[in-house]
Design a protein around this ligand. Structure first.
Ligand code: SF4
Length: 339
């Protein structure tokens, strides 16, 4: 379902060296930070720089423990709801996006807002609005309780039904089977989503497809890279947090693609040494919210245990970058005009 995205150069068929080294690491590329995460983290850093602490952030800016802890140390206060932000203060909305109700609540409380929603999540919000306006029933494939899904569904709560597990397909009720469309969360497993779409289409043969892929380029590319090396790996270590959807999907994809074992870890210190018993090839990758320093720590940890040879498996070269939220661009411009 995924076409080549602008700003991405396919890397051609990856070659995996048939090294004679008894112990080696295959390192997936692309891995780690995506353009949306980079933009959201830089937005918070810029807000700290321009306005000074405290800067409030609604929910975790991105789903990564290291990133959140580092920003907290620099003066960011993370809250669950805008109601916890003092009247008139500055609040940043996370990369996962928020519903219109959250924007309204912030306006009622006179909060100054910076919206760090990833543009690719905003794109799905716009699709919901467009199809809701055309009176479609929208079947949103995604994980119940995930912040992104709450924000996306909140654009048109009376028109959107969430489809998470296979058993949800039977529960869907539509008004007109010729006006039904599926959309999805941006960070799902590409293969599982298509399974869900096939199940939905069995019930609703006239089901419409999204105008373009909702699963984002970063999620797709990281899954393609891990698939390319998984069958060669006795163990695949995915650096990422347990609340990171795209990181968890990488573990599942690795196992499905032939890795003998795969684990999600936040830090190198979480690796259980017994996982390495009898392991020759360790695959390493990381979720889209993970800074590469954590992967480098893991490579050092592995090298200390004999896995010093690292071969990168490249399936695409990403060149995408997003401009900072416009509230910050304006403020930065005004600030540079004063200095
Ligand atoms: S994973 Fe995709 S949708 Fe999420 S922030 Fe990154 S680029 Fe945006």
């Amino acid at each position: 379902m995924t076409s080549a995205s602008p700003g991405i150069e396919p890397a051609g068929r990856p070659t995996i060296s048939s090294s004679s080294a008894a112990k080696r690491v295959l390192l997936a590329k692309p891995r780690g930070y995506c353009a949306g995460v980079d933009r959201a983290v830089v937005a918070v850093e810029k807000a700290l720089e321009l306005y000074g602490p405290p800067v409030y952030v609604r929910k975790e800016i991105v789903h990564n423990r290291h990133v959140v802890d580092t920003l907290r140390e620099r003066g960011v206060i993370f809250v669950d709801e805008t109601s916890e932000v003092p009247e008139g203060a500055l609040v940043v909305f996370s990369a996962h996006g928020v519903s219109p109700a959250v924007h309204e609540e912030a306006a009622e409380r006179n909060l100054r807002t910076i919206d760090a929603t990833c543009p690719l999540v905003t794109k799905v919000h716009k699709e919901v609005n467009r199809f809701a306006k055309d009176d479609y029933d929208i079947l949103l494939i995604g994980h119940e309780g995930h912040e992104e899904v709450e924000g996306t569904a909140g654009e048109a709560p009376d028109k959107v039904q969430l489809v998470d597990q296979a058993e949800d397909v039977a529960k869907v009720a539509v008004r007109d089977p010729s006006k039904v469309i599926w959309l999805s969360q941006t960070t799902l497993s590409v293969d599982e989503t298509m399974e869900r779409v096939d199940q939905l289409r069995e019930r609703f043969p006239q089901l419409s497809d999204p105008p373009s892929d909702d699963i984002c380029y970063a999620t797709t590319n990281r899954q393609v890279a891990v698939k390319a090396m998984a069958a060669e790996c006795d163990l695949v270590l995915v650096v990422g947090s347990t609340n990171s959807s795209n990181s968890k999907r990488l573990v599942e994809v690795a196992l499905k693609a032939g890795a003998r074992a795969s684990y999600l870890i936040d830090f190198a210190t979480e690796v259980d040494e017994s996982w390495l018993d009898g392991v020759s090839t360790v695959g390493v990758t990381s979720g889209a919210s993970v800074p590469d320093v954590l992967v480098m720590d893991l490579l050092t940890w592995l090298a200390e245990r004999g896995y010093g040879q690292v071969d990168e498996v490249t399936t695409a070269n990403e060149k995408i970058a997003f401009a900072l939220p416009q509230e910050l661009r304006k403020a930065a411009k005004a600030d540079s005009g004063r200095s």
